[in-house]
Design a binder for this molecule. Sequence first.
Ligand SMILES: Cc1cc2nc3c(=O)[nH]c(=O)nc-3n(C[C@H](O)[C@H](O)[C@H](O)COP(=O)(O)OP(=O)(O)OC[C@H]3O[C@@H](n4cnc5c(N)ncnc54)[C@H](O)[C@@H]3O)c2cc1C
Length: 491
Amino acid sequence: MAERTARQPELAFYILKEHLPPMTKIPESALQALRAVADPKSILPEDAWAPHLEEWRGRWPGETPLVLAPGSTEELSRIMAAAYAHGVAVVPQGGNTGLVGGGAAKGEVIITTKRLRKVRDVSPEGFTMTLEAGITLQEAQQEAEKADRLFPLSIGAEGTANIGGVLSTNAGGVHVLRYGNARDLALGLEVVLPDGRIWEGLNALRKNNTGYDLKHLFIGGEGTLGIITAAVLKLYPRPKDHVTAFLAVPSPEHAVKLLSMAQDRSGGQLGSFELMNAGTVDLVLEHFPDLPRPVKERAPWYVLMEFASGQKGILAQVAGGILENAFEEGLVSDGTIATSEAQARALWTIRHNASEAMKNDPSPCVKCDVSVPIASIPAFLRRADETVHGMEPGARIIAFGHMGDGNIHYDILGPKDGPHDAWRARMTDFEHSIHDVVVEFGGSISAEHGIGQLKRDELAERKSPVEMDLMRAIKHAIDPKGLMNPGKLLG
Ligand SMILES: Cc1cc2nc3c(=O)[nH]c(=O)nc-3n(C[C@H](O)[C@H](O)[C@H](O)COP(=O)(O)OP(=O)(O)OC[C@H]3O[C@@H](n4cnc5c(N)ncnc54)[C@H](O)[C@@H]3O)c2cc1C
């Protein structure tokens, strides 16, 4: 394992915050000040708090004295100004599907954006739509579809994750290869700052070269700088034709060659390229036995790829030619090409249910959402497997992810039967060891899920002191009292 050295935080406010005792109780008078400026409808009764205190993986149980769901940007602005005046720390929440503990409260006031649900504008001609933060990602896709346009961001949790949440975590998903991640899909933002001021950055400009592009601080900022209340999002022409194929491939090396060939020959029509090891597909089929086995024989690796085109008719020929060549060249050993939308959906369900299958499994799971340069994926996977099996010969490895973006979810399942205490005690060791391998290959310890609480301490160790200084300086400039989502991302 590479040696990791803890770097000294260099800014005083950071050192102080790192050594703060656990959240002190917020005085009732301060909570009352927040209630006083909120609409009564925005103050959630205690029996409605449960979904805001349960984190998806059950790893960070929440605790709060108050959950507020403001119905407008102006109301949120009043609440934040009161919180600032009384030194009340807040945790923003969207759909609460984040996987790194970023939305979990430890005594702070929770502010959910779930009542910010207006569609402010849809412009098919301008290829934009302006949505409030509490609209779910799936609803956003549907809004685009109504205007015969595509909003391409798509993730497994899209029925619940909100626009504010996906922007704050800079979510990725299955179409990054062609359209980029959340950061690439936002033109403008409206944000309520920690002191209650509203930053009105809702422009729909494709070119706006006027200095620092502030929206990129809040996108991926995980709620540590302000609360996103609305966004102008980019739309695209809706593909009129799809070809979806689930393929058996002998190895990740073969998958890299297939990816390169498909990109090269499809003229930009490759939309998704997902890799899964046999363990992933076995686990999904074990937990969702009604799903069809995608190819006849069990294979060591699988690829789910999708081509999409704006024109009907030509795609089958293009994709068919590529797949035929892939078979001839031995890159693919078997496969299923969807012949209907229902079949394509079933193939995608196998991929989308990977996280759910792991959640349903009784084994404890170490999840590493990492990225490395695409060409290094095979070597990375080999080194990571050697590392894990060196630590625990029987460990089950569930490796899958958005290979077209160099993003692998490298997960390690412990034994099915408990007790799991000894295994759980080693989870951090496994994570760090995999992250060491990631760094060896010039990769990132968080590809798309973010930092939250899960990777906060490691972030400070892995990033350069200069980069950490810049990030802390930005945090201090925008949130000098450290009231926005404390303990997340930077501490
Ligand atoms: C089954 C499953 C599949 C997933 N697949 C993917 C995937 O393919 N790709 C991917 O990238 N992620 C994936 N995720 C992770 C998760 O869905 C994303 O991180 C998502 O973007 C979070 O959105 P949310 O609305 O649930 O945010 P939350 O979980 O509520 O919040 C996430 C973070 O953003 C902050 N936040 C929320 N709303 C705001 C706001 N309006 N302003 C400022 N800060 C805010 C929170 O404080 C927190 O730090 C998956 C999760 C699950 C459960």
